[in-house]
Design a protein around this ligand. Structure first.
Ligand SMILES: *Cc1c(COP(=O)(O)O)cnc(C)c1O
Length: 413
C-alpha cells in the first residue's frame, strides 16, 4: 500500500501508519518517549536543525509518535500540514502567540467556547483589538472588518447554544479580502465537515473531544489547508521566508508557538488520540443518531421550554447544517420550564453524568451558566443567548432507548 488518497475517511485513518516503514512491521506507530534523537554525523545534525533535512530535533518541537498523528489529522482535514499541541486551547493560543501583534485586529464569532472567549479578552489586554460579532450573519462580519484585520475566527456549531456560523459566505468574504479565515471544527469534527470546503485557511481541532473520543487524553491541532496566501500576511518574520511561501505560516507557528511556548503534545496522549481516531466515524454516526432521538423527545415535551439542536427543523441554521455537514452533531442544549429546578433535574438523571467535557463515549450534562460560563457574568451570558437554566448535553453512544428514557423519566420528577 503506497497511497491512501483513493480510500474513504476511515480506511485512510486505519491504514495511514503503514504508509511509512514502522519498526518490526508494527501496525501502530510506537510510543517514542525519547526527547532527543540520533544523527548519522554532526553535519546531518546541523542540517536537521537548519530545516535542510527532515528529522527531529528535540521533543518539544516534534516527535515520531506525534508526527504520525499530525499526518492522520492532516489527512482527515485534507490539509497541507498539521501541528499538534498539548490541548485544544494551546492550538488556539498558538494563533495569538505566533501570528498576532499589538495593533492588529481580529473579528471573532461571539458564540464561542468559554475559554476561547476568555483568551480573546487576554489578547485584547495585550493590545490586539478583538471585535465579537454574530457570525450567523455575514453582514456583521463584513461590517467589522478593518484595514488591520488579520483573521476571522468562527466555530462550526457553537457550544453550548449550537448557533452555526454562515461558514460558506464568511469564507467567500475572507477570500475576497485576502483575510486569514480560521475555523474551529471541534464540534463537527472532520468526519462531519471539512472547513477547507468553505475556504478556511487554518482549521482548529480540540483532539480531546470527538477525535480522541473517550475522555482519556488532551490534545489540539492546527491544520493549514493551503488555501491562504501567506504573502498577504504581514507578520511573517524574515527567517521563515526562507521556506517556500505555502510553508511560512506553519514554520512560524511551529517555532514561535510550539517551540517557544512549549505546549507540546506528549507521545502517550498522541497514541491514545490516534487509537480513538480509528473509530471516529462509527462513534459520530451513533452519537448523531442518539442526539436526534433525544432532541425530538425533549422538543415534544411541554415541560421543556426550548431545545437547541441543528437537526431540528426549527433550528435557525438547520438548512446550513443540512447543506454543509454529514450529520447534525452530538451537542444539544435545552431549557426547562421555569417551575423545574435544573439542579434537581440533573440529579434525577441515572445515566447522563454531570461533568464538563464533550465528545466522550458517555453522555455528559452540565448546567452551563453555573459552571463553564460562570466567570463571564450574567450580562455577557445573556448577550450570548445563554439562559440561567440552560443544560448542555454531550451525547454519547449509549443505546438510544436507554438514553431517551433517562432524560424522559427525569422530567417526570
Ligand atoms: C474543548 C474545546 C476547545 C479546547 O480544547 P481543550 O483540549 O479542552 O483545550 C476549543 N474549542 C472548542 C469548540 C472546544 O469544544
Amino acid at each position: 500500500m503506497t497511497d491512501t488518497r483513493k480510500f474513504g475517511f476511515t480506511t485512510t485513518i486505519l491504514h495511514n501508519d503503514r504508509q511509512k516503514p514502522i519498526e518490526h512491521g508494527s501496525l501502530h506507530k510506537p510510543i517514542h518517549t525519547s526527547v532527543t534523537f540520533g544523527y548519522r554525523d554532526a553535519r546531518q545534525l546541523a542540517e536537521v536543525f537548519q530545516g535542510k533535512q527532515p528529522g527531529f530535533r528535540y521533543g518539544r518541537q516534534g516527535n515520531p509518535t506525534v508526527a504520525s498523528l499530525e499526518d492522520k489529522v492532516n489527512r482527515m482535514e485534507d490539509g497541507m500540514a498539521t501541528i499538534c499541541f498539548a490541548t485544544g486551547m494551546a492550538a488556539i493560543g498558538a494563533l495569538a502567540q505566533a501570528l498576532l501583534r499589538e495593533g492588529d485586529h481580529v473579528v471573532s464569532s461571539a458564540f464561542l467556547f468559554g475559554n476561547t472567549n476568555s483568551l480573546w479578552q487576554t489578547v485584547d489586554m495585550q493590545g490586539v483589538d478583538v471585535t465579537m460579532v454574530d457570525a450567523t450573519d455575514v453582514a456583521q462580519v463584513e461590517a467589522a472588518l478593518a484595514p488591520n484585520t488579520r483573521m476571522v475566527f468562527v466555530e462550526t456549531i457553537a457550544n453550548p447554544r449550537t448557533q452555526i456560523a454562515d461558514l460558506r459566505r464568511i469564507g467567500e468574504l475572507c477570500r475576497d479580502r485576502g483575510i486569514l479565515y480560521v475555523v474551529d471544527n471541534t464540534m463537527t469534527s472532520p468526519y462531519l465537515f471539512r472547513p477547507k470546503s468553505v475556504g478556511a485557511g487554518l482549521v482548529v481541532n480540540a483532539l480531546t473531544k470527538s477525535i480522541a473520543g473517550h475522555g482519556i487524553a488532551l490534545g489540539g491541532s492546527l491544520t493549514d489547508t493551503g488555501l491562504f496566501d501567506w504573502n498577504r500576511y504581514p507578520n511573517i518574520l524574515d527567517t521563515y521566508k526562507r521556506f517556500a511561501t505555502p510553508q511560512w505560516g506553519m514554520a512560524q507557528i511551529r517555532a514561535k508557538s510550539l517551540r517557544d511556548f512549549g505546549a507540546s503534545l506528549g507521545p502517550e496522549a498522541a497514541h491514545h488520540i490516534a487509537v480513538g481516531a480509528e473509530t471516529l466515524s462509527l462513534r459520530m454516526e451513533r452519537a448523531c443518531a442518539n442526539a436526534m432521538a433525544l432532541a425530538r423527545m425533549l422538543d415534544a415535551d411541554d415541560r421543556v421550554a426550548a431545545v437547541y439542536y441543528p437537526g431540528l427543523e426549527s433550528h435557525p441554521q438547520h438548512a446550513i447544517a443540512r447543506e454543509l455537514f454529514a450529520g447534525f452533531g452530538s451537542l444539544l442544549s435545552f431549557e426547562l420550564r421555569d417551575d423545574i429546578d435544573c439542579f434537581d433535574y440533573l440529579n434525577r438523571l441515572q445515566l447522563a453524568i454531570p461533568t464538563s467535557n464533550l465528545g466522550d463515549t458517555r453522555t455528559l450534562v452540565i448546567p452551563v451558566a453555573h459552571t463553564i460560563f460562570y466567570e463571564m457574568g450574567r450580562e455577557r451570558r445573556a448577550s450570548m443567548g445563554i439562559a440561567e437554566s440552560l443544560i448542555r448535553v454531550s451525547v454519547g453512544i449509549e443505546d438510544a432507548a436507554d438514553l431517551v428514557a433517562d432524560f424522559q423519566e427525569a422530567l417526570a420528577g
